[in-house]
Ligand binder design. Structure first.
Ligand code: IMP
Length: 194
């Protein structure tokens, strides 16, 4: 260890670690309201299940479902990709929590936080199609098209973002920063000192 470099792990600083805000709380609120209104119109008179993917989609799901004005049911799955790194997906997906109820014959809207390579959602779509839903649509808050490896048909999109790793509003780096109310970018030191 060189002289002057403290031999202690870096302590995360929720707000201090943020280099900049990419999408503000207000922008998120306004866009989620628009998406909720659109979903309500499109699925009027139909039986809709919102299926969200833990953990990153939790705030988006909670806000979106309250912006929807038709009756909906909700279900939650938890998946984790493995074999990758803290900022890179591998495409290998493990189901940690499966659906609680059958989606056979139901209209299902997948509620996702972000589509990056698309590998996670590609796996999930194939898995859910096998459960025989009446229809399967996709709603994602963020889309990072620059890194897409598989084509994903997005039906409802919050924001398209550049090829940057983002945190906040459910999105994490090393399981932290999910509770920031906006979408932000971390200081480079946070990654380099990990
Ligand atoms: P994909 O399989 O590459 O599309 O990655 C999907 C998952 O990777 C998301 O559901 C997130 O959990 C995570 N992810 C991808 N990009 C980011 C990011 O910029 N910030 C935080 N998590 C991300």
């Amino acid at each position: 260890m060189p002289r002057g470099v403290p031999d202690v792990p870096r302590v995360p600083d929720l707000v201090g670690d943020v280099a900049g805000i990419l999408i503000s709380e207000q922008q998120i609120r306004e866009r989620v309201a628009e998406l909720g209104a659109q979903v309500s119109t499109d699925f009027e008179g139909r039986e809709l299940t919102l299926m969200s993917v833990l953990k990153g989609s939790l705030p988006f799901m909670a806000d979106l479902m309250r912006a929807i004005t038709i009756p909906v049911q909700i279900d939650l799955m938890e998946v984790s990709s493995y074999g990758g790194t803290a900022t890179e997906s591998s495409g290998l997906v493990r189901i940690l929590k499966d659906l609680s109820s059958s989606i056979d014959g139901k209209h299902v809207l997948i509620v996702e936080d972000i589509i990056d390579t698309g590998l996670t959602l590609n796996y999930l779509i194939r898995y859910l199609r096998g459960k025989n839903p009446r229809s399967l649509h996709i709603c994602t808050l963020l889309d990072k098209p620059a890194r897409r490896l598989v084509d994903i048909p997005i039906d409802y999109l919050g924001f398209t973002i550049p090829d940057q790793f983002v945190v906040g509003y459910g999105l994490d780096y090393g399981e932290l920063y999910r509770n920031l109310p906006f979408i932000g970018v971390l200081q480079p030191e946070v990654y380099t000192s990990a």
